[in-house]
Write a protein that binds this ligand. Structure first.
Ligand SMILES: C[S@@+](CC[C@H](N)C(=O)[O-])C[C@H]1O[C@@H](n2cnc3c(N)ncnc32)[C@H](O)[C@@H]1O
Ligand code: SF4
Ligand code: SF4
Length: 348
C-alpha cells in the first residue's frame, strides 16, 4: 500500500505510464450536472471556471517527446470541463500520439465535427486500436435533455461514419428517470451500429437528493430524477469504478489509502497546462495544501512554461502526497482512494 512507500516518488517516468489529458475546457454541450454548467441560469457556462482555452499541438509535442511516449501505454483524452472535439488541434494531437504508438481513449458527446472528420478519426484510430467513448444518454427524444444543445441525428451520423471504418467505439449511457426505459433500445441500436461495448454509468451526482433542478436554454424549468436501480442493474455482467464520481456512503472507519494515480502512474493535465495528481484532487483544498507544504507555486507546474518530465519529478509528487496519505490528512484522497467512493460503469 502507498503509505509504506514514502521514499518512492509518486510518478516514475522510467516505468510504463498513462496520462489523463484535458486538451480543452470548451464544449458545445451544456450538461446540467457538469462542472462547467450553471444549471440554474439557462445552462450557460460558468465563466468563473471556464477559460475557453486549449492545449496546442506544439505544447503537446514539446512535453510528450518520443522518448516519453515510448513509455506511455495509453492516454485518456477526457477532462473535467470540456470536450476534446472542441479543441482546435484535436485531430493533429490525436495523429501525433497515434504516430508515437500511444493508444488513445477519447470521451465525447460526439455532437461536433463533420462526418468526413469522423471518418478520418476512425481511420486514424484503427491504426492502434484507440477507442472513442460516445457519451449518449438516450435516444432522439431524450438525449438532449441531459446533453443539452446537442442534436441526436448529428451524433448518430458521426458515430456511424466512425464505426464504418472498423474502429472501436463504446456507447456510454447515464440513466435517469426520463431515459431509463430506453436502455434496451439503445443497447440494441448500439449493436446494430457496430459499437464494441455498451456501458451504463450509475451517476451519483444526486448525492442524497432525489431531484436536480435546471433551466433549459429556452428558459424552461426541468428536473432530473435518479433512475430506478432495477433498470440499471438488470443486465449487468461486470462493473468497474474507473469513473470520476463519488458514492455517498457513511463510514467512520479510517481506511488505508491506495492512490489510483500512483498505482497506474497516471498524472492529470488540464487545459490551462496545469499538472495535477488526478482529476479528483485537481483544484481542491488538498492540492492547495500539498503545494503549500512543498513550498511550491502551482503556477510553476504548467506545461506551457516548464517541461512535464521536470515537473513530475518535483514536490509535491516526490514525498508530500505520500506523507499526507500516511497521516490521513487529505480528505479527497481518503474519500476516493480510501473509502473508494467512486461511480461504477456496468457493461451490458
Ligand atoms: C466533463 S466530461 C469530459 C468529456 C466529454 N465532454 C464527455 O462528456 O464525455 C467527463 C465525464 O463526465 C461524465 N459525466 C457527465 N455528466 C455526468 C453525470 N451526471 N454523472 C456521471 N458522469 C457524468 C461524462 O460522460 C464524461 O465521461
Ligand atoms: S459534454 Fe462533457 S464537458 Fe460538455 S457539458 Fe457535457 S459532461 Fe461537460
Ligand atoms: S484522490 Fe489522492 S490518493 Fe486518490 S488518486 Fe488522487 S491523489 Fe491519489
Amino acid at each position: 500500500m502507498s503509505v509504506n512507500k514514502q521514499s518512492k516518488a509518486m510518478f516514475d517516468l522510467n516505468r510504463q505510464m498513462k496520462f489523463h489529458l484535458e486538451i480543452t475546457d470548451k464544449c458545445n454541450a451544456a450538461c446540467p450536472m457538469c462542472g462547467r454548467t450553471q444549471q440554474s441560469n439557462r445552462c450557460l457556462p460558468d465563466m468563473s471556471k471556464v477559460k475557453n482555452i486549449d492545449l496546442d499541438l506544439e505544447t503537446i509535442k514539446r512535453n510528450f517527446t518520443p522518448e516519453l511516449c515510448a513509455n506511455i501505454l495509453e492516454i485518456d483524452l477526457c477532462g473535467g470541463l470540456g470536450d476534446p472535439l472542441a479543441a482546435r488541434d484535436c485531430f493533429s494531437i490525436c495523429e501525433y500520439f497515434v504516430d508515437q504508438g500511444v493508444k488513445l481513449i477519447l470521451s465525447t458527446n460526439a455532437g461536433l465535427r463533420s462526418v468526413d472528420w469522423w471518418r478520418s478519426l476512425g481511420e486514424l484510430f484503427a491504426r492502434d486500436n484507440s477507442v472513442v467513448e460516445f457519451h449518449i444518454d438516450g435516444l432522439a427524444d431524450t438525449n438532449h435533455l441531459y446533453r443539452v444543445n446537442t442534436r441526436f441525428t448529428k451524433i448518430m451520423a458521426n458515430a456511424a461514419a466512425y464505426l464504418e471504418t472498423g474502429s472501436v467505439g463504446e456507447w456510454h449511457f447515464i440513466p435517469f428517470q426520463h431515459n431509463q426505459h430506453q436502455i434496451n433500445a439503445a443497447l440494441e441500436l448500439s449493436r446494430e451500429m457496430g459499437f464494441a461495448n455498451f456501458k451504463v454509468i450509475d451517476t451519483i451526482r444526486f448525492g442524497k437528493e432525489n431531484a436536480f433542478g435546471y433551466q433549459m436554454p429556452d428558459g424552461t424549468l426541468r428536473s432530473l430524477k435518479p433512475a430506478d436501480p432495477q433498470f440499471i442493474g438488470a443486465q449487468a455482467e461486470s462493473a468497474d469504478s474507473s469513473g470520476v464520481e463519488e458514492v455517498i456512503t457513511a463510514s467512520d472507519v479510517i481506511p488505508g489509502i491506495s492512490c489510483k494515480s500512483e498505482n497506474e502512474n497516471r498524472p492529470y493535465i488540464v487545459a490551462t497546462g496545469a499538472v495535477s495528481a488526478c482529476c479528483w484532487v485537481e483544484g481542491s483544498e488538498d492540492e492547495r495544501q500539498m503545494y503549500l507544504l512543498a513550498g511550491q507555486d502551482h503556477d510553476d507546474h504548467n506545461i506551457n512554461d516548464r517541461l512535464l518530465s521536470d515537473i513530475l519529478t518535483e514536490e509535491p509528487y516526490v514525498s508530500m502526497f505520500a506523507k499526507a496519505w500516511a497521516s490521513q490528512s487529505n480528505p479527497v484522497c481518503i474519500r476516493k482512494c480510501g473509502h473508494m467512493r467512486r461511480s461504477r460503469r456496468r457493461v451490458l
